[in-house]
Design a binder for this molecule. Structure first.
Ligand SMILES: Cc1cc2nc3c(=O)[nH]c(=O)nc-3n(C[C@H](O)[C@H](O)[C@H](O)COP(=O)(O)OP(=O)(O)OC[C@H]3O[C@@H](n4cnc5c(N)ncnc54)[C@H](O)[C@@H]3O)c2cc1C
Length: 451
C-alpha cells in the first residue's frame, strides 16, 4: 500500500459533540431529575422523612445515571467523534463508581428512613420491603448485580482478570437496568401519579435502548453487508508486528479520518467472538484500508496467521484524535511503540506545508521500528521532519521526551498542536513534560490503547 498514492477520504466527516456540551447536557438531566422529586415533595417533616427523601433522591439519580452510563457506551457517532472513545470510557468508569454509590445509598437510606418512620428495626424493615413492596426484590437483585459489576471493574480486580471475562461480566449491567426499571414506576412516588414524568422517563430509557440496538448491533451488520470486507494481505512489519490490508467496497463511505480506529471482528473459527480496536495505519481508500498490529495476546497474535479472503466485520470509525482537533499551524506527533499507527496516518493526511510537521517516534530498539521506509518517503513528500529515537533511555543516555529535550529539539514548541499515542505511562509522562514546557493542555491530543 504505497503511501504517496493514497488519497484522503472523499467527504468531510460529520461534526462531533463538544465534550463540555455533553457534560452540560448530563448535568441538566441530573438537575431535571432532582426537579421531579422537588415537584412531588411539598414538605419534609421528621428524621425518618428526611432519610426517606434522601433515599428517593439517590434512587432517582441512580436511575438516571445508569441510563447515562449505558448511553456513553452506545457508540453514538457524535459522541465517539466529539468526545473520543477513551474519554467516554473514562467518564463511564468514573460515573460507574458514582452510580454504584448512589444505588447503595438509596437502598440503605430507604430502609433506615422507613424503619425510623415505622418505629421498627432495620432487619424487619428490610424483610418487609423485600417481601411486600412490588418489584423491590427484583430491584435488589439489580442493585447487587451493579455492585458486582462495579467490584470486578475496580482497578485491582480488573488487572487480574482476562479482558473478555471482565467484558462479559460487564454485560450484566443490561440485565440490572431491565430488572430495576419497573421498580421505579411501582414504588417511585414521583412517577406513580405523574403520567408526563412516566412518559418522559420511559422515553429516555427507550431512546438509549434503541441507540444500543442500532449502533452496537444493526450498524455493524449493515456495514458488513454494504462493505463486504475481507483480508487481502498480511504483511510482516517488524518482529511481532504485522499489517493487515483489508479490501472492501465503498470504504470511503465510512468517512474514517486519519487518527481514528475501527473495532475489527475477523470471522475465522478462533476469532469471530471478539471485536478488538485497531487504529487505521493509513488513510482509507475506496477499496482498501489497513491496520497494523503488535502481538500482545490471543487476538493480536493470531492476526499474523490470517488467511487471504477471511471475512471481516468492522465497526466504526471511532476516536477523536483527528485533524479537526488541531488549533495551531505547527504540529508535533509523538509516537511510542505501536502507538505509531494512528500518527503514521496523520503524518500522511494532516493539511500542512513544508516544515510544519515533526514526528518523534520512540521505539525500544532499531528492530522494533515499523514503517521506516514509509516514514522516510512521507517526510520527503510532505517536507516533514521525522526523528526515530530507538533504544532505552540508558542506551541513549538521555530522555528524549523530557521537557528539556523537547524544548531543545523542537523550535517554538509552545506554538505546536501535539498528538501523542503510546503506552499509557509514556503518554502521561510526555503530557506532563509538554505541560512543563509550556504547551497548554488544550493543544495536547492523546489516544490510549487501553480502555
Ligand atoms: C483505541 C485503540 C486503538 C488501538 N490501536 C491499536 C493498533 O493500531 N495496533 C495495535 O497493535 N494495538 C492497538 N490497540 C490495542 C489492541 O486493541 C490490543 O492490544 C488488543 O486488543 C489486545 O488483544 P489480545 O487478545 O491480543 O490481548 P489480551 O491479552 O487479551 O489483551 C491485552 C489488553 O488489550 C486490551 N484489550 C483486549 N481486548 C480488547 C477489546 N476487545 N477491546 C478493547 N481493549 C481490549 C485490554 O486492555 C487488555 O488488557 C488499540 C487499542 C485501542 C483501545
Amino acid at each position: 500500500m504505497p503511501s504517496a498514492q493514497v488519497p484522503a477520504a472523499s467527504a468531510a466527516p460529520p461534526a462531533g459533540a463538544h465534550p463540555t456540551a455533553v457534560l452540560a447536557a448530563i448535568a441538566a438531566g441530573a438537575a431535571a431529575t432532582v426537579g421531579l422529586w422537588w415537584a412531588d415533595t411539598p414538605s419534609i417533616t421528621g428524621f425518618g422523612n428526611w432519610l426517606t427523601n434522601a433515599g428517593r433522591i439517590t434512587g432517582l439519580l441512580a436511575g438516571y445515571a445508569v441510563v447515562v452510563l449505558v448511553a456513553l457506551m452506545a457508540r453514538i457517532p457524535p459522541l465517539e467523534r466529539g468526545v473520543g472513545a477513551d474519554r467516554l470510557a473514562r467518564w463511564h468508569s468514573m460515573g460507574g463508581r458514582y452510580t454504584v454509590s448512589l444505588v447503595v445509598a438509596h437502598g440503605l437510606l430507604i430502609i433506615w428512613g422507613y424503619a425510623v418512620t415505622a418505629h421498627t428495626d432495620v432487619i424487619s424493615q428490610t424483610s418487609t420491603l423485600l417481601l411486600s413492596y412490588p418489584d423491590v426484590l427484583m430491584a435488589s437483585v439489580a442493585g447487587l448485580l451493579l455492585v458486582g459489576v462495579g467490584a470486578v471493574s475496580a482497578r485491582a480486580a480488573r488487572r487480574r482478570m482476562r479482558y473478555e471475562t471482565w467484558y462479559h461480566l460487564h454485560l450484566y449491567t443490561y440485565l440490572a437496568v431491565a430488572l430495576a426499571f419497573s421498580h421505579q414506576f411501582a414504588t417511585g412516588a414521583e412517577f406513580m401519579n405523574d403520567r408526563p414524568a412516566r412518559v418522559a422517563w420511559s422515553a429516555m430509557y427507550a431512546t438509549v435502548a434503541a441507540a444500543i440496538v442500532w449502533y452496537r448491533f444493526a450498524t455493524p451488520v449493515r456495514q458488513a453487508l454494504r462493505h463486504r470486507v475481507r483480508v487481502e494481505q498480511v504483511v510482516p512489519e517488524a518482529p511481532g508486528v504485522v499489517s493487515v490490508v483489508l479490501a472492501g467496497r465503498h470504504l470511503d463511505e465510512l468517512r474514517a479520518e486519519a487518527g481514528q480506529f475501527l473495532r475489527v471482528r475477523f470471522l475465522t473459527r478462533d476469532l469471530w467472538w471478539s471485536s478488538n480496536p485497531y487504529s487505521l495505519s493509513a488513510p482509507v481508500q475506496p477499496t482498501r484500508m489497513r491496520i497494523t498490529v503488535k502481538d500482545l495476546g490471543g487476538h493480536s497474535g493470531a492476526l499474523a496467521r490470517l488467511r487471504r479472503g477471511s471475512r471481516v466485520v468492522t465497526e466504526g470509525p471511532y476516536g477523536a484524535m483527528t485533524a479537526s482537533r488541531r488549533r495551531r499551524r505547527k504540529v508535533l506527533l509523538i509516537a511510542g511503540g505501536i502507538g505509531i499507527t494512528p500518527l503514521r496516518a496523520l503524518l500522511q493526511t494532516l493539511p500542512a506545508g513544508p516544515g510544519e510537521i515533526t514526528l518523534l517516534y520512540r521505539a525500544g530498539s532499531e528492530r522494533d521500528v515499523v514503517f521506516r521506509e514509509e516514514l522516510d518517503a512521507l517526510a520527503r513528500h510532505r517536507g516533514a521532519r521525522v526523528h526515530i529515537l530507538a533504544g532505552s533511555r540508558r542506551q541513549l543516555r538521555y530522555d528524549p521526551l523530557s521537557s528539556a529535550a523537547l524544548i531543545a529539539n523542537i523550535p517554538r514548541l509552545r506554538e505546536h498542536s501535539v498528538y501523542v499515542c503510546g503506552p499509557d505511562g509514556m503518554t502521561a509522562a510526555v503530557t506532563a513534560a509538554l505541560r512543563g514546557a509550556g504547551v497548554p493542555r488544550r493543544h495536547i491530543h492523546t489516544e490510549t490503547f487501553e480502555f
